[in-house]
Design a protein around this ligand. Structure first.
Ligand code: SF4
Ligand code: SF4
Length: 406
C-alpha cells in the first residue's frame, strides 16, 4: 500500500512503525474472512482492511472524524485477522497507534469520556472493583444485560482459601493474580496454587501487583496504560532475584505482559526491565505442558467444550495446548464448531458495544452448547464472566478442571 504520512510523523518511532505496517498491506481482503465484526455487520469499514484505510487516512491528514471513531470502537482487538494475512500485517499494533492518535485528535462526548475513565479506574483497582461486585450481586436482577455480563454470576468477592504454603519446594514461581480475576473469579487463582502445591512448586509472593495495563491500552489511554505497566514491572522485578518464571493464568493479562518489551521500548528508564519481565512471563498452560505437571480430573465433569480466548490463540499464539492438557487429565473434548470465533467479551467491549458483543456471544454459545457439554472451559476471566452470564452450564477456568475438587 502506498502511503503519504507527513514527515514530522515519520520522524517519530510510532509514525515510522505505522508506515511500515501500512506498506506491508496489499489490500487483498483475506483478513475480512476471519473478522467477527465484518462477518456480523457486513460493512467493509467494520473489517480489518477498511479499518486499516481509516487509520491510514487519519495519520496522513492528521484529523480523526467520527467515522474513524465508530469503526475503530467496534473492533474487538481480537486479532483474528492477523493469522489470515499473507503479508504478516501487524494489525493489532497499528490499531494501538490508531487509537492513541484518535484519542489525541478527537474529544469524545462527556458521558463517553466518563464511562471510559470509570471503567479503567474501577475495574483495575481490586478494592474498588470488589465493592462494586458485592453491590452488583445484590441488585444483579435489576441490572441491564450489558452490565450483568461484567459481574460474576456466583456470589462475588469471596476469596477462596489458598492451600497451605509449601515449605519444602524444589523451585518457586511468581503468580500474577490479575486485578479482575482475583476479585471476580478467585477460584482460578486458588486452583493454580493447588496445582503448584500438588507438584511441589512454591509461590514467591509479590506485593504491589498492578493492573497489567491492557484495559487502558485498548481504550486508547496509552499514558495511563504505560503507568500501570511501570508499576507492575516495579513489583515483578522486585520479586526475587533468581529470574523466576512469572505465570499468568488470565490470557488477557498474559498477552499484555508478554508484550511489555515492545510497549515500553521507547522508555529509556524502563525498557530493559520491561523486556526482562516479558521474557520471564509464560501463560500457565505453557508452563504446565513444558513441566509435565501432574493433573487430576474433577469427577463431576466428563464432556468439555473448550472456548479458546482470542488473547490466548491469536494474541499469544497458543493453540492446542490447553486441549491437550484437558485430555491428559481424562476429559472428553467435544469438537466445537468455529473454534476460532470470538465470544464478544473483549475486556470492556461488552459494556461499550453491547449489541455486537451479545450477538457474538449468542453465536459462540450456540456452538459451545451444541453437543451438550457438562462444562465449558476457558482461560480468561472476561470470557468466563461474559459466557457464564448467559448459560446455566458451568463456565470455568480450565485450571479448575485439572486440580480435582477444592
Ligand atoms: S489480509 Fe493482510 S494484506 Fe490483505 S488486506 Fe488484510 S491486512 Fe492487508
Ligand atoms: S482485531 Fe478482530 S474485530 Fe478487529 S479487525 Fe481484526 S479480526 Fe476484526
Amino acid at each position: 500500500m502506498q502511503t503519504n504520512l507527513p514527515q514530522d510523523l515519520l520522524d517519530t518511532v510510532s509514525g515510522k512503525r505505522a508506515d511500515e505496517i501500512l506498506r506491508a498491506c496489499v489490500h487483498c481482503g483475506f483478513c475480512n474472512a476471519t473478522c467477527p465484526t465484518y462477518q456480523l455487520l457486513g460493512d467493509e469499514l467494520d473489517g480489518p482492511r477498511g479499518r486499516i484505510y481509516l487509520i491510514k487516512g487519519m495519520l496522513e491528514t492528521g484529523t480523526g472524524h467520527s467515522t474513524v471513531q465508530t469503526h475503530l470502537d467496534r473492533c474487538l482487538t481480537c486479532r483474528a485477522c492477523e493469522p489470515s494475512c499473507p503479508s504478516g500485517v501487524a494489525y493489532g499494533e497499528l490499531l494501538e497507534i490508531g487509537r492513541d492518535t484518535l484519542a489525541r485528535h478527537r474529544r469524545r462526548p462527556l458521558l463517553e469520556r466518563l464511562t471510559r475513565v470509570a471503567l479503567v479506574h474501577v475495574v483495575s483497582r481490586p478494592a474498588l472493583f470488589r465493592i462494586l461486585v458485592r453491590l452488583g450481586a445484590w441488585i444483579r436482577w435489576a441490572l441491564p444485560e450489558r452490565l450483568r455480563g461484567l459481574l460474576p454470576a456466583a456470589p462475588a468477592g469471596i476469596r477462596e482459601r489458598s492451600p497451605r504454603e509449601v515449605v519444602d519446594v524444589k523451585r518457586r514461581v511468581v503468580v500474577l493474580e490479575g486485578c479482575v480475576q482475583r476479585v471476580a473469579t478467585p477460584a482460578s487463582n486458588a486452583a493454580l496454587r493447588r496445582l503448584l502445591q500438588d507438584n511441589d512448586i512454591g509461590v514467591l509472593e509479590i506485593s504491589g501487583e498492578q493492573c497489567c495495563g491492557g484495559l487502558a491500552l485498548h481504550l486508547g489511554q496509552t499514558e495511563r496504560a504505560h503507568q500501570s505497566m511501570r508499576r507492575n514491572i516495579a513489583a515483578l522485578v522486585g520479586a526475587g532475584d533468581g529470574g523466576e518464571t512469572i505465570l499468568s493464568s488470565a490470557s488477557g493479562c498474559g498477552v499484555t505482559v508478554k508484550d511489555y518489551g515492545r510497549l515500553l521500548a521507547e522508555d529509556p528508564l524502563w525498557s530493559r526491565k520491561a523486556r526482562r519481565v516479558a521474557e520471564r512471563t509464560l501463560d500457565v498452560a505453557e508452563f504446565v505442558d513444558r513441566e509435565q505437571l501432574r493433573l487430576r480430573r474433577d469427577a463431576r465433569f466428563t464432556r468439555v467444550a473448550w472456548q479458546a480466548p482470542c488473547t490466548l490463540q491469536h494474541g499469544q499464539g497458543i493453540s492446542g495446548t490447553v486441549e491437550g492438557l484437558l485430555e491428559r487429565a481424562g476429559y472428553q473434548l467435544l469438537p466445537v464448531a468455529e473454534p476460532d470465533a470470538c465470544c464478544g467479551s473483549a475486556g470492556s467491549y461488552a459494556a461499550l458495544q453491547p449489541e455486537i458483543s451479545q450477538a457474538l456471544r449468542e453465536r459462540k454459545l450456540t456452538a459451545l452448547l451444541a453437543l451438550e457439554p457438562d462444562v465449558i472451559a476457558t482461560a480468561n476471566v472476561g470470557c468466563q464472566m461474559h459466557l457464564g452470564a448467559a448459560t446455566d452450564v458451568p463456565v470455568l477456568h480450565w485450571l479448575e478442571l485439572v486440580t480435582g475438587r477444592p
